[in-house]
Write a protein that binds this ligand. Structure first.
Ligand code: ZN
Length: 338
């Protein structure tokens, strides 16, 4: 399980390996970048490279992936590594001060089996103000043998004083090619499905691997159901659909698949190639919907949807918002039938 496991991220990888090669490792690193693109995985690979008991003899520092240290780091049982993360079951997950005390106890003693006591703090932006201030004290005067790796997709939410004490490494999403290659290695999947995930997960491999593809597909298929004339032909049907959607799915998800469906219709009206479509296999249906529409019609609907994005934060009636949209949507795409 060496560094090659982390897809892309050549910049951070190079910096870490250079630091390892020169034995010039800082006390604290800040890995920042989007959710699900390999930051935590890289932190574990870094810990493995530092602790591996049988490192491969290559020109670049790495780990073997199967010695006791490498395996226990992955299974979470390596005594010289502590991984801290927010309580997962809460609506507003936090890392509280008792976890910082745990960090202090972890790093105060010398490492048992390796040269470093490592602490990975995942979603470090979730440290409460109290916890962050307490942690700052440790960071200001870190034990010689300690290494902190802070992982976050929201670096600006960290205390500036914490940030400034870390070496910052910025992570970016994989390229479409890297994404497709990585996914093909993990699971057998049709090319169209890989493209579908690539677009919807914005090439974040971790996010794609956590996604239930069939559930995602069936959500997006709802768009085509709404496009059928009969689905929204009667006002009571519109009310019923709006109610079902507002109660059955998170509102942002509904806005998301509606926008993606409309975007495909827009691309068809613009005559761009099939390659750019999210729903490539639905090209015939998309063409049918797009037939009597101009790009402006679709842009208007997309604008309308965009204004709805703020609805949940404005305490708006979401069902009513969707009713308004669906009426307009139906009237626009079946203008000729009226
Ligand atoms: Zn190893």
């Amino acid at each position: 399980m060496p560094f090659a496991d982390v897809i892309g991220q050549e910049g951070p990888k190079r910096k870490i390996r250079t630091a390892l090669a020169r034995e010039a490792i800082g006390h604290a690193y800040l890995f920042s970048g989007d959710e699900g693109i390999g930051k935590r995985l890289m932190a574990l690979r870094f810990a493995q490279a530092l602790s591996c008991e049988a490192p491969p003899s290559s020109s670049q520092p790495d780990s073997c992936g199967h010695c006791r240290a490498c395996e226990q780091i992955v299974s979470g049982t390596w005594p010289d590594l502590l991984v801290i993360e927010p309580e997962q079951d809460k609506a507003n997950p936090q890392i509280k001060i008792d976890r910082v005390r745990e960090i202090e106890r972890h790093v105060i003693y010398r490492p048992l089996l390796s040269t470093r006591k490592i602490c990975v703090i995942d979603d470090a932006d979730r440290l409460t103000a109290n916890a962050a201030n307490a942690f700052l004290k440790t960071l200001e005067d870190p034990p010689e043998h300690s290494l902190f790796i802070l992982v976050t997709s929201q670096p600006l939410r960290l205390l500036a004083t914490v940030r400034s004490r870390c070496l910052a490494l910025r992570f970016s999403p994989a390229t479409p090619g890297q994404f497709e290659g990585a996914l093909a290695l993990k699971q057998a999947m049709a090319t169209e499905d890989v493209r579908f995930l690539s677009q919807l997960c914005r090439n974040r491999i971790g996010v794609a691997l956590r996604t239930d593809l069939s559930q995602l597909r069936s959500r997006h298929d709802r768009f085509f159901e709404l496009c059928r004339y009969e689905t929204l032909a009667h006002p009571t049907a519109v009310l019923q659909q709006a109610e079902e959607l507002s109660k059955g799915q998170p509102f942002p998800d509904v806005i998301d698949w509606l926008s993606h469906g409309l975007r495909d219709v827009l691309l068809v009206t613009l005559g761009t190639g099939q390659d750019f479509l999210l729903h490539q296999s639905r090209i015939a249906l998309l063409q049918q919907v797009a037939e009597s529409l101009t790009p402006t019609d679709i842009v208007d609907l997309l604008d309308f949807l965009q204004t709805l994005e703020q609805a949940p934060t404005q305490n708006a009636n979401l069902q009513l918002c969707l009713e308004n949209f669906l009426f307009r949507f139906h009237q626009t795409i079946h203008r000729d039938a009226a």
